[in-house]
Ligand binder design. Sequence first.
Ligand code: CUA
Length: 323
Amino acid sequence: MDRLTEYLFPKQVSTFAQDIDNLFYFIFYTSLALLAIVTFGMIYLAIKYRFKKNDEVRLTSSTDHNSILESSFVIIPLILVSITFVWGIKSYLNMVTVPNDAIEIKVTGQSWFWTFDYPEGGSTLNELVVPSGVPIKIVLSSKDVLHSFYIPVMRAKMDVLPNRYNVMWFDARHEGIYPIFCTEYCGTGHSQMNAQVVVMNPKQYNVWLAEAGSEDDDLPLDELGAKLYSKKACITCHTLDGSPLVGPSYLQTSQMWGQERVFDDGSSATIDDNYIRNSILEPQSQIVAGYQGVMPTYQGLLNDRELDALIAFLKTLKEDSEI
Ligand code: CUA
């Protein structure tokens, strides 16, 4: 069974993952057994009582009756459904009852990335870092449309709504890096709205917490920019190889540095530092012709040094491509 589970399902990482899989298997195998009994019974009876030549037509008496057979048709399914119900409600209550000692992490969904805010301060983009063996309470909300937060290895999934908070929790037993998906269709970038959960041992986690954010101050601007490019999810919509994705490629913009860029309302602007800064903070104000105005604002998500860093990084791409 364990082998089969490994093959069919993502790893069982949360404390309740195994229970949920077992319930699934219980329903699956009883359904399979019932299907077999009904199918083979039907075929057997159809062959045994088929109409043969010279058979006279016999009608079954309407009073034919078998109490044992008929009551077992009711009692056996009733037992199976009752087991499923009791098992299911116990598992469900376990999944929705957050332990009191849980660490609370705020998760914000936004087209098309995830922001994680930690209780001790500090935040990450598209990377949820948690300690193992400690219950984690996830408080979810959305800045725009409906999203859904799904961590397959935890067997935990919850809708993410604007204007209200939803809660889920898990307790990770195995360290590792596992995928997180958005499972509610939320627009052009839905399929790119992925993140990962990094489960560390509690000691590592405390070290990580202490370091989070502080290391960036020493990096040169363009290196910090390269880091932010993936950390702040620019990578989701802007490539570095010149090919257009949801938005224009950084490389193309870099190669057009100093030239005019035409917008969808017919206006244009020179590509320079101010243009890039404005595109990041107020993306809707200048939509490049041929693209949709779908980029969210990064107002409040990047400080001035981080903005400088992204601009510096973008500028270096042109030079790198010319070598
Ligand atoms: Cu967010 Cu799909």
